[in-house]
Write a protein that binds this ligand. Structure first.
Ligand code: FAD
Length: 437
C-alpha cells in the first residue's frame, strides 16, 4: 500500500508538472507578468481538472490511506479552487495585454468559445454541487449531473487549451496533455462504467430482513454462490445497490457493515428509514439481489491498535459502526475498556437495546452502555435531555489517554466534537464518521 505522504507528493508533482515542464523547456514569453500568471493558472487548472475523477474513482490504493470522506471533501475543495483559477484566467489575460475584447467581443475563434463554454459548464457544475440542497436538488439529480458534466468540461477545456495555448505547440507539453486526458478518461470509465459492470456479475443475495424497531431494518446478505466474503474491518462501510424488482428504486447508497468480520458467511447492514430510498428498505425480501462495492472508510478501532480505553458516542443510527466494532470485539474477546454514550429521542428509537445489554454483561470487551433520551416516557430512570459537556464529563471522567469515536446526525457530531475539544481532548484522539455527503 502506498502511504498517504507518497500520494500527496505525487499529487503536488502532477499538478505542478505542466509549469515545471514549460519552465524546463524555457518557453519564456515576452508577455507581461499578469499574462504569465494567467497562463500558469490555465496550465495548473488543466492538471487539477484531469485528476478530479481519479480522486473519487474509489481506487483502493488511493482511498485506503485517507478514507473516502476525506477524499470527497478534498475533491470538492479542489473543484472550487479550480473554478477560481479558471475564472481568473480570462481577466488576467486581458489585463496582461491580451485586451478586453477577449472577453467582450463576439468575434472570437471557435476554440475560444469552447473555453468559455467549458468555464460556464464548470461554474454550473460547482454551483449544483455546493448549493445542491438550496437549489432543491435530490441526491439522485445531483448524481446524474455529476455523470454528465465532468467529461464534457474536460473535453471542452482540453480542446480549448490544445488549440489556444502557445505552450501546447511543443510536443512534450502535448504528450503531457494527452497523458492527463487519458488519466481522467481511465478513472471515469473505471468508476462509472467498468466497475459497475464487473460488480453486477457478482450479486449478493438477501438472506434475511429483520425489523429492529419501528423505522430501522437489518438486511443480511450472502455472497454469490461459490464466492467468499470480502475482508473488511469492523466499522467500515460499503455501497449497496438493491435489485428488488417490484418497481422499487435501484439506487446506490452508503451502508455501514454491522456484521462482525469474525464470521464469514454473511454481511449485514442496518438501515433507518430517513428519506425516499431508505423508506422502502422494509420492502426488501429474502431472495432479492444487491450489488455491493466495498469495503471503504477508516472508522475502525482495528486501525488504531493504540486505542485501549475507548469512548463511543452515537446519535440515533450513528450506532451502526459501533455495533460492527463491538460485535467484533466480542468475537475476538478483545480486552478493551469501552464506554458507549448512546443518544436517542425516546425508548422506542433505541436500536439494539437487548444485544447491547447482553454484550455489556459479558467480560470482554469491558463494555458499559449509557442511554441518553431527549424525550423519554415518564417511567424512564436513566439520563434525560441532550448529551452535553456535563454528562460527558460525569460518565467519562478524565479524558487523558482515551480515544473518542463520534458518529451521529451532523449537528450533534459537530457539537460533540466542539465539546470534546473544549474539554481538552486533542484532535488526534477524536475519530469521526460522517453519515452525509
Ligand atoms: C459512510 C456512510 C455510512 C452510512 N451508513 C448508514 C447506515 O449504516 N445506516 C443508515 O441508515 N444510514 C447510513 N448512512 C446514511 C445513508 O446513506 C442516508 O441516510 C441515505 O442514503 C439517505 O437516502 P434517502 O434517499 O432515503 O434519503 P434522502 O432524503 O433522499 O436523502 C437524505 C440525505 O441523505 C444523503 N443521501 C441521499 N442519497 C444518498 C446516496 N445515494 N448516497 C449517499 N448519501 C445519500 C444526502 O446527504 C441527502 O441529503 C450512511 C452514510 C454514509 C456517508
Amino acid at each position: 500500500m502506498l502511504s498517504g505522504v507518497v500520494l500527496v507528493i505525487a499529487y503536488v508533482v502532477l499538478v505542478t508538472s505542466p509549469l515545471l515542464l514549460v519552465t524546463a523547456l524555457c518557453l519564456h514569453s515576452p508577455n507581461e507578468l499578469l499574462y504569465e500568471i494567467a497562463r500558469s493558472f490555465g496550465l495548473s487548472a488543466f492538471a487539477i481538472l484531469c485528476l478530479q475523477p481519479l480522486l473519487v474513482a474509489r481506487v483502493k490504493w488511493i482511498e485506503r490511506p485517507f478514507g473516502i470522506d476525506i477524499l470527497s471533501r478534498f475533491h470538492k475543495s479542489m473543484g472550487i479552487f479550480l473554478a477560481i483559477l479558471l475564472l481568473s484566467h480570462p481577466p488576467l489575460l486581458a489585463l496582461g495585454g491580451g485586451g478586453w475584447s477577449l472577453i467582450t467581443s463576439l468575434e472570437q475563434p471557435w476554440y475560444v468559445w469552447l473555453g468559455k463554454l467549458g468555464l460556464l459548464a464548470l461554474v454550473i457544475h460547482i454551483c449544483t454541487s455546493v448549493f445542491s440542497s438550496r437549489l432543491g436538488l435530490t441526491f439522485e439529480q445531483w448524481r446524474r449531473i455529476h455523470y454528465i458534466m465532468p467529461p464534457l468540461i474536460i473535453a471542452l477545456v482540453f480542446v480549448h487549451s490544445w488549440e489556444t495555448g502557445d505552450d501546447l505547440k511543443e510536443w512534450p507539453v502535448r504528450v503531457l496533455w494527452i497523458a492527463f486526458l487519458l488519466v481522467a478518461f481511465a478513472a471515469y470509465t473505471y468508476h462509472k462504467i467498468l466497475k459497475p459492470i464487473l460488480l453486477s456479475r457478482h450479486r449478493y443475495r438477501v438472506v434475511e430482513v429483520k425489523q429492529e424497531i419501528h423505522n430501522v431494518w437489518t438486511v443480511k446478505l450472502a455472497p454469490p454462490e461459490g464466492e467468499i466474503l470480502y475482508d473488511y474491518c469492523p466499522g467500515q462501510f460499503h455501497f449497496i445497490t438493491f435489485h428488488r424488482g417490484r418497481n422499487l428504486p435501484v439506487e446506490e447508497h452508503h451502508g455501514t457493515i454491522l456484521s462482525s468480520p469474525a464470521q464469514k458467511e454473511f454481511i449485514s447492514s442496518t438501515i433507518k428509514e430517513s428519506g425516499d430510498f431508505t423508506s422502502t428498505i422494509g420492502l426488501t425480501k429474502p431472495g432479492d439481489e444487491a450489488v455491493i462495492q466495498g469495503p471503504f472508510g477508516r472508522f475502525s478501532y482495528v486501525l488504531h491498535p493504540e486505542d485501549n480505553d475507548i469512548v463511543f458516542i452515537a446519535g440515533g443510527i450513528g450506532i451502526a459502526p459501533f455495533m460492527g466494532m463491538i460485535r467484533h470485539m466480542r468475537d475476538m474477546k478483545a480486552d478493551l475498556r469501552v464506554l458507549v454514550l448512546y443518544a436517542n429521542r425516546s425508548e422506542k428509537d433505541v436500536v439494539f437495546h437487548d444485544e447491547l445489554a447482553q454484550m455489556e454483561a459479558g467480560e470482554k470487551p469491558r463494555l458499559a452502555v449509557i442511554h441518553i433520551l431527549s424525550n423519554p416516557g415518564i417511567a424512564w430512570a436513566g439520563e434525560k435531555g441532550h448529551l452535553d459537556r456535563e454528562k460527558i464529563e460525569r460518565h467519562v471522567g478524565p479524558v487523558d489517554g482515551k480515544a473518542f469515536y463520534v458518529c451521529g446526525p451532523p449537528p450533534m457530531r459537530v457539537k460533540i466534537i466542539d465539546t470534546l475539544r473544549a474539554m481538552g481532548v486533542p484532535y488526534g484522539q477524536i475519530r469521526t464518521e460522517i453519515f452525509s455527503l
